[in-house]
Design a protein around this ligand. Sequence first.
Ligand code: 5GP
Ligand code: MG
Length: 178
Amino acid sequence: MYEDIEEILFNEEEISRAADEIAFRINRDYEGKHPVIIGVLKGSFIFLADLVRRLDIDFTVDFIKASSYGDKTRSSGNVDITYHISADIRNRDVIVVEDILDTGYTLSYITEYLRGFSPHSIRICTLFDKPGRRVVPIKPDYTGFVTDDLFIVGYGLDYNEKYRGMPCVGVPKTQSKK
Ligand code: 5GP
Ligand code: MG
């Protein structure tokens, strides 16, 4: 099924350890608090599910979806929110959970949008970070892996909707820069 994966970069065990470490830090940082955890659809859904099962704090889960229009190879600053949160985040501690932080356009737009609802705090949690591709200066508060400028798939991340269910993360032979 996944025979067209060129190289596996992160196996299930490594990803599980990264989720453990991030959850450990969130449990510590939000002890006694009740954050709203906002998953960015669709790519974050598997990471979010694994992350929240490691939390021993109270939390609320919500989702947001954004599309960015531009050329096919790079996302652009023209971001649209296509699915909105339903929770009231005013005065709440918000953790935005993303699969991968690339140019930064999407997450900077989303965090600015969320700031408009006057939350008490906003932090960014991304499983993967590609700082070499950054256009907008945005830094995650929690990161699992810093990766090279390669298009990766698996564990929620897709290429034309394929590979989301792959338990590990790798580089498809159809290597494309998004
Ligand atoms: P940004 O606005 O930061 O450039 O875009 C981030 C979004 O682009 C991510 O949420 C993800 O959907 C997509 N993306 C960026 N890099 C990759 C990648 O290496 N693989 C996959 N599958 N999606 C990516
Ligand atoms: Mg995404």
